[in-house]
Design a protein around this ligand. Structure first.
Ligand SMILES: Nc1nc2c(ncn2[C@@H]2O[C@H](COP(=O)(O)OP(=O)(O)OP(=O)(O)O)[C@@H](O)[C@H]2O)c(=O)[nH]1
Ligand SMILES: [Mg+2]
Length: 329
């Protein structure tokens, strides 16, 4: 019987179910109260749990907001870095050592004897100086060496016209490099007069003039000729370092003279360095040449001692500098 019917029956003192129903009603009411109390308790519990979760989430959000504010402040305080690139193009016939030379400078960890032939033009970057320009800002003076596969004369000229190329590194060599007949994983280099003559013919006056123009001169007025692989010359003739340098320059006399002529005509600085990417001879002089006239004085890190400029070293060409001929200074 529903509680209301029970209540009506119980209220009737004449009803024969009066006492029985009153008891059942009391029991029903008790059960109802218990159920109601239980529901209220569950609801209250849920309310407390939800509130706690909300408070925890709110705290978490506040922490995250604070973290973000912190990061933002740090970001604002971070020095502003501006990369100042100096582009250098390399040119030279296949296997003369362009990649070996540039990699030796930009990434000394590379084993140059295992350098694969360049298939597509590549760029290697080297940070040479960090300049504090005040207000927490820095200039990162970075050299970008553009390395081309051999025989890419037109590509190099196009790049010189299109990019802000500051200097051209022309590499020639005195040795033919071939796969070792006894070990196909190795390369062997041997002095070859015919190989030199071939390059002298290729770098004739017209071919060199192709790399000069008034338009190019506006941006690039430094040309460095590096005569590479002189280790093989020394192995062949067993002469002193100085004699070897002289011999290398003699072999490329025609190219040097043409460059000197073009340098005068177009007002460009021409430098000649002899050396070897394999032994490292001449490499500091070459890299120094890449800095001289290109990296502004203000960009030099005052806390570092630089190798004297080629200009300063001219008067005192010691044994270390003897493989560098200053021209048109
Ligand atoms: N003995 C000797 N071998 C060298 C020297 N420089 C480079 N080589 C070797 O000559 C080969 C060619 O060198 P690379 O640097 O690839 O020449 P590359 O001019 O970049 O060649 P391409 O990318 O094909 O145009 C490699 O096997 C080098 O190890 C050097 O000074 N002496
Ligand atoms: Mg290469």
């Amino acid at each position: 019987m529903p509680p209301l019917a029970m209540l009506v029956a119980a209220a009737d003192p004449l009803s024969n179910v009066h006492a029985e129903n009153l008891k059942a009603f009391a029991l029903g009411l008790g059960a109802l109260v218990i159920v109601l109390v239980a529901v209220v308790a569950v609801l209250a519990y849920l309310l407390v749990v939800t509130r706690r979760t909300l408070v925890a989430k709110e705290e978490e959000l506040r922490d995250k907001e604070e973290e973000l504010r912190d990061k933002d402040t740090k970001l604002k305080k971070r020095p502003e870095i501006l990369v100042k690139p100096y582009h250098i193009a390399t040119i030279g016939y296949t296997s003369c050592g362009k990649t070996a030379l540039t990699l030796k400078w930009t990434n000394p960890l590379i084993d140059i004897s295992l350098v694969p032939p360049t298939v597509n033009p590549r760029e290697y970057e080297k940070l040479v100086s960090t300049q504090d320009v005040g207000d927490g800002n820095f200039f990162f003076h970075t050299y970008v060496i553009h390395d081309y596969p051999g025989e890419e004369k037109s590509a190099v000229r196009d790049a010189m016209q299109a990019l802000d190329i500051k200097a051209l590194l022309l590499v020639v060599d005195v040795a033919k490099t071939e796969t070792d007949p006894n070990d196909s994983t190795k390369q062997v280099s041997k002095f070859s007069k015919a190989h030199v003559e071939n390059q002298v013919k290729k770098w004739n006056f017209d071919a060199l003039e192709f790399l000069f123009s008034q338009e190019i001169q506006k941006k690039c007025n430094k040309y460095i000729l590096f005569i590479n692989k002189i280790d093989t010359l020394q192995k062949e003739f067993r002469e002193s370092d100085e004699e070897t340098d002289k011999r290398a320059q003699e072999l490329y006399k025609d190219v040097i003279e043409s460059l000197q002529f073009l340098g005068k005509k177009f007002g460009a600085t021409i430098r000649v360095v002899t050396g070897s990417a394999q032994t490292g001879r001449g490499c500091p002089e070459l890299y120094k040449e890449l800095l001289t006239d290109i990296l502004p004085e203000a960009a030099r890190d005052k806390s570092l001692q630089y190798i004297p400029d080629a200009k300063d070293a001219k008067a005192s060409l010691g044994p270390r500098d003897s493989n560098m001929i200053p021209i048109n200074l």
